[in-house]
Design a protein around this ligand. Sequence first.
Ligand SMILES: [Fe+2]
Ligand SMILES: [Fe+2]
Length: 355
Amino acid sequence: MSTEPLPDRDLNQGADDGSGDMATTGVRRILLVDDEEGIRESLSTYLETNGFQVDTAADAIAARRMIGESTYDLVLTDISMPEVSGLDLLAQIKDEHPSLEVIMITGYLDISFAIQAMRRGAYDFFTKPFNYEKILLTIERVEEKRRLEDQARRYESLRQQKQFEQQAILETTLGLARAGEERDRYNIGHGKRTAEFALMIADKLGYSDERKKNLRYASLLHDVGKIGIDDQILNKPGRLDEQEFAAIKRHSEIGEYILTPISFLSDIAEVVRHHHERWDGTGYPDGIAGEAIPIDARILCIADYFDSITSARPYRRPMETEKARALIREEAGKTFDPTLADVFLEGLGAALGQA
Ligand SMILES: [Fe+2]
Ligand SMILES: [Fe+2]
């Protein structure tokens, strides 16, 4: 047994401080494996004095059984033991419990074995007789390593969860948009094309990724309320009378009604409600004007209008791009926010190679 005086360690160190961090990353339970009873007694007493809970095993076979039966944060094992050596125990532990850290104990003469052990995944090694302070410092380094690994694991799991949520939101949005367009057969692809025009404006305005994402969803879903409009009216192959037009106009409010209860889409419900408002206040459903109309709804209004007039309808051919651009210019300050109309026309000109 060592007669060296044993330095103290704060008894609270290594114990769960209630913050939750130490509960998963602190080293509290140690398995000490050594065939020499004296070493087992001195080292376990020292570690227990310093706040650790220590179990001991006299050989690798017993150690392996104990690791299988209970949970340890750290294994300290002698290298030279009869029957199964510490190196073989290390290999078994790294095979079956790769995250369990192992520190080797060795005599000076076995230093080459210690180096081999490090190559096979041991965290560190101590030579006999022990420097007790070094043992505590090394255990602290193990704790720090476990804390960092735990942090990295939590970060990765959050990242994956977020990615999964974003994918679910996108798929739900596309599914809902498809449900809307299935009803309005003359308008297949209208949501996606509207999104492209709207994002062209957003890019020029320097929108953040988050704002662009919301605008994209609003564009894809702006006409989802058509789900609630009578088929006969929606797919009427001709001009609508006043009453039919009034029915169609309800789609922006129905769209808002559909989206509001879906928490991850409720932010865009207001934009969908106002996508037919006009800059001069003569639009619907609320007849609000100018900057009282949410900016995404003002963008959407231009993108929606441009795609609608340049797409074929049962009662008219698609308008030529030049004519459509002239119409947007003409409606700037009436139907459209004039600044956003300029941004759109500039972006469209650039896209058509007419910058
Ligand atoms: Fe609409
Ligand atoms: Fe539309």
